[in-house]
Design a protein around this ligand. Structure first.
Ligand SMILES: Nc1nc2c(c(=O)[nH]1)N[C@H]1C(S)=C(S)[C@@H](COP(=O)(O)OP(=O)(O)OC[C@H]3O[C@@H](n4cnc5c(=O)[nH]c(N)nc54)[C@H](O)[C@@H]3O)O[C@H]1N2
Ligand SMILES: Nc1nc2c(c(=O)[nH]1)N[C@H]1C(S)=C(S)[C@@H](COP(=O)(O)OP(=O)(O)OC[C@H]3O[C@@H](n4cnc5c(=O)[nH]c(N)nc54)[C@H](O)[C@@H]3O)O[C@H]1N2
Ligand code: SF4
Ligand SMILES: [Mo]
Length: 727
């Protein structure tokens, strides 16, 4: 087994393509749309919102991509990133052929190989892992629909361990907290009924910078109808600028604010008495619990004026039940995240918003049969009890725990499949563990479209074609109106790239597991499924989206009893389940650590032009935003002696330093914090646009706070100082 060196300097065959240029040449190009135009339906894959779209080609070349007006999920509009998605197809830095790690004269490098050779290498190593350690020792990390095919492959082989970073690095605390309170999670897309809300409270959700399409649209609709917006954010975010009340909270003290709001709403008798009496349990314990947490107490923790806390609580109650305390999305902040999300769930219950117009609605999806195929056998042993027994309430993989269990000679996991997730920057502060895991794992397979940093740890890199060159599963998301949407190839795959379904099937055949993949082409699966629900691939290729009728009401049926999927059948304000596993049954408050002298809270978030790190190298989106900058308050800039426009490094208390990043001096951030857009600071030179552009937040995170309830990685407790760049 090779001791894996991190490979980032290896020359890629054929990667010397031309840099994108805006000017086609010397002669004026013909006007767009005057050539031979064809269209093709697709579903955007630049983020996970999955808006249905139409791709236009002109003379066989990509022209533009627009929203599908028949899609109630996006109302015919794409966001900035979706519109730029077309350039992911033409990005000259794409992975072009399968690669395997080889060593020659003591040097490791990637060698381009045929698909057959790549599959042979993987299959042989999988068999060896199976023989030596057991067939259950391969983990799958995946963030994207195609991961499903590798999940099926690994299950057929005998490995069931699977994690998606959208749990422990994203919305896991929220799903866990709402699950404990209401018996079901918020889901994705989030079941927020914002278009009908009269009051919306955003706690750190920076919708408008966070461009989840219909979230932005429904928030805008509510504002147009006069809804009151209350934004809690240490930074003057885009939604803060649209708000009646901006609460510039001290970072990490949100639970104090939430407890004070609950205190006011209960003590001033502002809660929905009928709703609470009918649906909730644990109100008495909650009332007793929040008594010490009045606005005067919260003022000392949060820095927010007591009158502002009282006024906003009353505003929420006046608009109830059409008041939405937004549950947030990326909620892994300070490690007390499940408890903070519980406080949000409880506050919504007191206002009676769950199941009511303007609060949370009930989602429904299409009842779509699965293609007839043998079901992979179930696991012999439950891997979760072996790998993540510390988190008994969690029923999905915790990626950071799985990485922990991959380090060292006695580690549980011996192999990894990594599909569409750049673990190096997705899991905070993971660098050292990745280095160690790279020494002890017997197989690392990375499936990506781009030479992302994670490919540097791979034994085998498999190039996937982009979403514009493949069929994927039908979009069938639970939502207000059930719909199906089709992604189909508009182009044949460039270079020697292939879709995930094709790779999984090919590998299965090598492993003599081909019977689990009885389709010749994925179009066959989609057509079969579509025919079961009264349509066909042919029809869907024309329309792109089809809407179905609902079977259940969108809100609670007035007057009818509701049974919640909790042990008591009620909305559990007090959680007996949490008490039984030794966690706080009602949310408590622990003050966060403050930055040491000279340091700032490391705050981060989104920007309209990019999705995490995956779009930075996209030529169109790079042009819109080629680097991030670090937001610094004028007082902090004066103190540290940095000026607007100057390049600095960010340095954490462990001495880890970022690449240079430009200073933006602005009043929109608190003096105790700095802010950075996540996703920049790529280190792989094969990403020729993104390499070295801006700074990465993940590598600076030295103080990751693990959530004791669900194992998530709290990412907001780290500190940095500013170091002037040498000229
Ligand atoms: N520091 C820090 N860490 C974070 C966050 C943060 O804000 N700051 N946010 C967290 C959140 S909320 C989330 S959801 C996660 C997101 O985490 P990830 O989804 O891992 O995000 P990316 O870094 O964009 O990595 C995506 C990878 O998928 C590849 N890819 C894109 N399209 C395709 C495709 O069609 N097929 C294949 N095979 N590969 C493809 C890209 O090239 C890229 O390498 O990160 C979490 N981690
Ligand atoms: N353009 C774009 N849109 C995206 C994405 C993308 O990559 N690009 N990613 C999507 C994904 S997967 C996710 S999960 C969402 C994430 O987006 P959201 O869930 O909306 O937001 P977060 O990333 O949690 O939070 C960022 C905000 O929290 C504020 N904040 C920081 N510390 C605190 C604090 O202690 N208290 C409070 N109240 N606020 C604080 C920051 O100032 C910032 O405004 O965005 C989605 N939408
Ligand atoms: S929100 Fe934007 S990037 Fe995400 S799927 Fe929709 S159009 Fe694409
Ligand atoms: Mo996320």
């Amino acid at each position: 087994m090779l001791r894996r060196e991190f490979l980032k300097f290896s020359a890629m065959l054929g990667s010397a393509g031309l840099m994108p240029t805006l000017l086609g040449g010397c002669t004026a190009p013909p006007l767009p749309g005057t050539g031979k135009v064809t269209t093709s339906t697709t579903v955007c894959n630049i983020c996970f919102w999955q808006c249905a779209a139409t791709l236009y080609t002109e003379n066989g070349k990509p022209w533009k991509i627009t929203g599908n007006p028949g899609d109630p999920h996006c109302n015919g509009r794409l966001c900035t990133r979706g519109t730029g998605g077309i350039a992911s197809y033409s990005d000259p830095d794409r992975l072009r052929q399968p690669l395997i790690r080889v060593e020659q004269d003591g040097k490791q490098f990637f060698k381009p190989v045929s698909w057959d050779q790549a599959f042979d290498t993987i299959a042989t190593r999988m068999q060896t892992i199976g023989d030596r350690h057991g067939k259950d020792r391969i983990a799958l990390f995946s963030h994207g629909g195609g991961g499903k095919h590798f999940q099926r492959l690994l299950q057929a082989f005998g490995s069931h361990a699977y994690a998606h970073p959208s749990f422990a690095q994203c919305r896991g605390p929220r799903e866990t907290a709402f699950g404990l309170t209401y018996g079901e999670g918020v889901g994705s897309p989030d079941r927020t009924d914002m278009a009908n809300s009269r009051c919306i409270v955003l706690i750190g959700s920076h919708i408008g910078e966070n461009l989840h399409n219909s979230q932005v649209q429904t928030l805008t609709q509510a504002l147009e109808k006069g809804a009151t917006l209350i934004t809690v954010d240490p930074r003057f975010s885009v939604p803060a600028s649209k708000s009646k009340h901006w609460l510039p909270i001290k970072p990490g003290t949100d639970i104090a604010l939430l407890l004070a709001w609950i205190n006011v709403i209960i003590n001033e008798d502002l809660y929905d008495k009928e709703y609470v009496a009918r649906y909730c349990s644990g109100f008495e314990q909650l009332t007793a619990h929040v008594q010490p947490y009045n606005p005067e107490w919260a003022y000392l923790e949060t820095g927010l004026e007591t009158e502002q806390i009282r006024t906003t609580a009353r505003t929420m109650a006046q608009a109830a039940p059409a008041t939405l305390i937004h549950p947030g999305r990326h909620v892994t902040w300070y490690g007390d995240d499940t408890q903070r999300c519980r406080a949000i769930a409880i506050l919504n219950a007191l206002l009676g918003s769950w199941g009511r117009p303007g609060g949370f609605y009930k989602q429904e999806k299409v009842d779509l049969p699965t293609f007839p195929a043998p079901k992979p056998p179930g696991p012999g042993e439950d891997w979760m009890t072996q790998v993540q027994a510390d988190y008994p309430l969690v029923s999905t993989g915790i990626s950071n725990v799985m990485i922990d269990k991959s380090v060292g000679p006695d580690a549980f996991f011996k192999g990894w499949f990594v599909y569409a997730t750049n673990l190096t920057t997705t899991i905070p502060g993971v660098q050292q563990q990745l280095e160690q895991a790279a020494q002890s794992l017997d197989l690392v397979v990375v499936i990506d479209t781009m030479p992302a940093e994670i490919t540097g740890y791979a034994d085998v890199v498999l190039p996937e074609c982009t979403y514009l060159e493949r069929y994927d599963d039908l979009r069938n998301k639970a939502e207000r109106r059930p719909t199906l949407a089709l992604r189909r190839p508009a182009f044949t795959p460039k270079y020697d790239s292939k879709p995930a379904w094709w790779m999984a099937k090919g590998l299965a055949e090598k492993l003599e597991l081909g019977k689990y993949f009885p389709w010749q082409d994925y179009a066959q699966v989609l057509d079969w499924q579509l025919k079961q629900v009264g349509t066909s691939l042919k029809e869907m290729e024309k329309v792109g989206v089809k809407t179905f009728s609902r079977k259940t009401p969108v809100y609670f049926d007035a007057g009818k009893p509701v049974t919640f999927n909790t042990p008591s059948g009620k909305i559990e304000l007090y959680s007996q389940v949490l008490a039984e596993v030794g966690q706080d049954p009602l949310p408590g408050y622990i003050p966060p650590q403050r930055p040491p002298k000279g340091y700032f809270h490391l705050n981060y978030g989104r920007a309209a032009a990019h999705t995490f790190g995956r779009t930075i190298n996209n030529p169109l989106l790079f042009e819109l935003m080629p680097e991030n900058c670090v937001w610094v308050h004028p007082a902090a800039a004066a103190k540290t002696g940095v000026a607007n426009g100057e390049y600095v490094h960010l340095k954490n208390p462990q001495g880890i330093q970022s690449s240079p990043v430009r200073v933006r001096v602005t009043q929109r951030i608190r003096p105790d914090s700095i802010f950075l857009v996540h996703g920049f600071g790529h280190t792989d030179p094969r990403l020729r646009l993104a390499h070295g552009a801006g700074a990465d937040d993940s590598g600076l995170m030295h103080n990751v706070k693990i959530d004791p309830v669900m194992g998530g990685t709290g990412m907001r407790a780290s500190f940095v100082t500013l170091v002037k760049s040498e000229a």
